[in-house]
Design a protein. Structure first.
Length: 266
């Protein structure tokens, strides 16, 4: 049976099964290819996000941070921390917390650690795979995951986040999601088809990523498909519930193309 056709029927299939199908479709790309992408764009990552979103991603992240409730001396894990934008914003909000930034890209974390140091913040940096978090059970009061979930095996990562959270702890999530409205989806995907190749041409450094004849269109195709076969905001809430999270609060922004989630481990 055609894999793309199966993915299109996601509303009528088990969410975990959909995750398996996503893995089959993108497993080779999620291996070394995606890591090479983020290593290459590391120096320009935040600028590329600003350009791609017409400056709106900073606004989205600040709204996300505003929703996060911090207590003094909280232990916070920032999963897929990238250049530490979320980690730094959290420390700006409450500098008594202890933040661990976790990412698979050494290049991104090198930049993120330098930016934190410039502001006088100390962030512990750990490199590894989000599907196998190298932390003890019940270690963190808060876990954040921003702008990365669509590149992950969601069910596996949610299980790991649940494992490392303390009872009573909170999971805060933010990402682009699949729009549930077909008209919005049509407009959004066409926007991506234009902006992704342009962003690649402007912000990537290596020759292999430059030019429409090389990797720009392939990269754009992946990012569009990653959202098209991803979950809606409501489906992500269901996956969180399936993984034992309670008190799940879901907020949708920009006509359902962005979602915030807050969930608690009781």
């Amino acid at each position: 049976m055609n894999l793309d056709k199966l993915l299109d029927t996601g509303d009528n299939m088990e969410l975990v099964e959909k995750d398996k199908l996503r893995t089959r479709k993108f497993d080779s790309y999620w291996g070394n290819e995606l890591q090479n992408v983020f290593n290459d764009i590391a120096e320009n990552y935040d600028e590329a996000n600003d350009f791609f979103s017409f400056g709106m991603w900073n606004h989205i992240r600040h709204r996300f941070i505003k929703n996060i409730v911090l207590s003094d001396n909280d232990e916070v894990l920032d999963v897929c921390a990238g250049t530490n934008a979320v980690s730094i914003d959290l420390l700006t909000k409450n500098d008594s917390i202890m933040v661990t930034a976790f990412d698979r890209s050494k290049a991104m974390q090198k930049i993120g650690s330098a930016r934190a140091a410039e502001k006088g913040y100390k962030i512990k940096s750990v490199i590894g795979d989000a599907h196998k978090l190298p932390f003890m059970d019940n270690e963190f009061d808060i876990v954040t995951l921003e702008a990365a979930t669509r590149h992950l095996v969601v069910n596996d990562v949610f299980k790991e986040i649940r494992r490392v959270l303390k009872p009573g702890g909170f999971f805060y999530h933010c990402d682009l999601v699949k729009p549930s409205n077909r008209v919005v989806a049509f407009i959004y995907y066409n926007y991506l088809r234009v902006m992704m190749p342009v962003t690649t041409l402007l912000f990537f450094r290596s020759k292999e990523f430059l030019g429409f004849r090389n990797r720009a269109l392939q990269l754009a195709k992946y990012f569009i498909e990653a959202i098209d076969v991803f979950y809606t905001a409501e489906e992500l809430s269901m996956l969180m519930e399936d993984n034992g999270f309670k008190n799940i609060d879901t907020k949708k922004l920009f006509l359902g193309t962005v979602a915030f989630h807050q969930a608690q481990l009781l």
